[in-house]
Design a protein around this ligand. Sequence first.
Ligand SMILES: [Zn+2]
Ligand SMILES: [Zn+2]
Length: 348
Amino acid sequence: MKAQVFRGVNQLSYEDIPEPTLEADEVLVKVKVVGLCQSDIKKIRYPLYEPPRIFGHETAGTIAAVGSQVKNWQLGQRVAVMHHIPCMRCNYCLNDNFSMCDTYKNICTTAGFTPSGGGFAEYVKVPGHIVQNGGLIPIPDNISFEEASFVEPTNCCLKAVKKAQITPGQTVLIAGAGPIGLMFVMLVKYFGARAFATDLLPSRIDKALAVGAEAAFEARDANLANNIKVLTDGMGVDVTLLAVPSEKAFFQALECTRKGGKILFFAEFPDEVEIPLNPNVLYRREIDLMGSYSSSYRWQNLSADIIFHRRIDVQALISDRYPLKDLSQAVEQAIAPTPQTYKILIYP
Ligand SMILES: [Zn+2]
Ligand SMILES: [Zn+2]
């Protein structure tokens, strides 16, 4: 089968590799669509993981083979694939920190080499632990593979929305209106809160408004904090979601977030970045700083419900489709987005 193998920093190689062979409890999925995620791009561009690996984890496809002991799954069934499932027993899991669970981190879907997602291939193998514990989600007939590929990123964004305890009537500033920031706008609105967004690209500012932001601003706007205050009775927003790894966006967030509000780091920063912070921001103003990484098993069903009932319009986020052989080009476009670049989907 064909796969895009990560052979080193910025080296993707389109290769013929053997199809994965199945153990008795495993399932093989023929990949129909896989979303290109910022985290894939980071894994390709920085020396974070030893090659060779096959990335790609926002996967939707059909079941192509099942191991001899697999019950309840049939050939041809359409599924969204979760690349991780937690153990549900360790101390992390019992405290709802599923993404810190060792099982969650270590057991992963694979198309070959060290398990790393495996969506950037024609076939991906789903380990027994994931098959048995809810990691395959049937796709309703009326929902496309493209839409289903959004269940995983929706879960990641939903986890952040829940962690920040965003409730109806609250105000939320979303820094960065790329594919993730736009999804935040949609989710925040779906949960009854008011979304404001910032971005550097005028096209993304317009897009944020089109998908439900009440107001959207140029990220360099010197008046941003004032504009936000005007929209929030002089208080500032209840929550800021940082969907860009920008130090500047963090300091803007400090200015725009109300006393007692929350700032949530969603985008991963480069390791060398350090942000100086006066601790009295946390003490006198009682700002809560928090981070949200990856998805939550707690919100997996709700994420699927949101996608499968079209509670948010993920189709409005899709801007480009590339064949698997052109993954490098897709990565280039995501790094240097044109005004009309949003979510990029990959077709094996
Ligand atoms: Zn992702
Ligand atoms: Zn666990």
